[in-house]
Structure formats: structure tokens, C-alpha cells
Write a protein that binds this ligand. Sequence first.
Ligand SMILES: Nc1ncnc2c1ncn2[C@@H]1O[C@H](COP(=O)(O)OP(=O)(O)OP(=O)(O)O)[C@@H](O)[C@H]1O
Ligand SMILES: [Mg+2]
Length: 213
Amino acid sequence: MTPSFISIEGGEGAGKSTSIEYIKGKIESFGIECLVTREPGGTPMAEDIRQLLLQHRDEVVDPYTELLLMFASRRQHVENVIRPALASGKWVICDRFTDASFAYQGFGRGLDKDFITSLKHFVHGDLNPTMTFLFDLDIEIGMARAGKRANFDRIETEAMSFFERVRQGYLTQARAEPDRYRIVDASQSIEAVQHQLDLFLTPLLTLRGLANE
Ligand SMILES: Nc1ncnc2c1ncn2[C@@H]1O[C@H](COP(=O)(O)OP(=O)(O)OP(=O)(O)O)[C@@H](O)[C@H]1O
Ligand SMILES: [Mg+2]
């Protein structure tokens, strides 16, 4: 069996967390064990780093400090959770991964993308998602959806222009790697989004089943 590493990307309120259990259920219905995890976070220590990153503070947070903390939590997560799960034959579904560092810190904050690429190679080398769902949504709709939740975290309080750069950054990455990316029109109803996910996942899972027969 070829274990698969699926990442879910997209802006605030696009519906990533809502759909992740659906994706897990769909994959498990084909008899594959799945681990759902998220970034930043995914291990106790990495979740502590998430808190460091997302809490509001009086002090200015240097964007490279933010980037390095993202990759510190990622290294912990990759080594302690993602690699062992894949090695045991599970599929891993991760709510955000390194493409988010390019979208938010690279495109959003304007940090050096070559440096982010070096960090990516150093931190997780050959381990990259085999499929990435990009939940693409107008940022105002996403914010309105997310606004129904409790308080906004530190990154969620950025200006709309920041989130527009993030959205365009994701679309740029998706266009550069069309084989890995599946773009989901996240403006549709939850049921219609699930239908799009089915159209992407069913052929993949069916082929895998046939290959294993
Ligand atoms: N397709 C949809 N149509 C309408 N509302 C939706 C849809 N998908 C999710 N929602 C609602 O929008 C809100 C945000 O969804 P969710 O938390 O899944 O987004 P997210 O992409 O995980 O956001 P974040 O990046 O902030 O974690 C939730 O209240 C959810 O119920
Ligand atoms: Mg979420």
C-alpha cells in the first residue's frame, strides 16, 4: 500500500475544519486507517508553540520569529506524528502544512521565499503532501463565516489586503503544482463542497483498491 499524505489549505473560515472529518470518513470507508492532525500543532509541544504564535501580545512579533516558530512546531509534528503514522501504513490528513507558510509568511508578510524553501528542505526534506485540497473562497465571505466563531486570534486580526495576498499566494502555488493540488470552490454549500471532495477522492480510492486486489 502507498500511504498518502493529504494537506488541507485555504484562508480563514473557508471550511477546512468542517470538511476534514468528511474526508477522513470517505477514506476510511475504503478500509484505510486515517490520522487527522493540524498545524501549527499536532503534538503537545507543537500545540504549545501554536499558542505562542496565535496569542495577542503587546510586543511586536517579528515576522521571521513567526516563520521560525511555525517550522519549529512543524519539525516536532513531522518527526513525532506524521512520519510514524505514514510508516505504520496510515494515511495522514493535515489541516494546513508548509504551503501555509508560503501563503501567510511568504506572500502575506513578504518574507523571502527562497529562505522558506530552504527551511522546508531542512525541516521535512523528502516528506511532502501527495495531495492538497485548496479551499478557495472570497475572503470577505470567509471572514464573515469565521466571525461567527469566538474571538479572532493574532493572525486573524490582520488587514483584508493581507488575506487577499494569502489567497492569491495559495492560487499561485496551486497553479504551479496542478498534479498535487485540487481546488475546491468553498463558496458552495457544505453538501456541494462534499460532492466536490467525492469527485476528487473516489477515483483515487477506487484505483488504489483495484491495485490492491
Ligand atoms: N460551505 C459552507 N457554507 C456555509 N458555511 C460553512 C461552510 N463550510 C463551513 N461553514 C461554516 O463556516 C465556519 C468556518 O468553518 P471552518 O471552521 O470549517 O473553517 P476553517 O477553514 O477551518 O477556518 P480557520 O482557517 O479559521 O480554521 C463554521 O461556522 C462552519 O460551520
Ligand atoms: Mg479550521
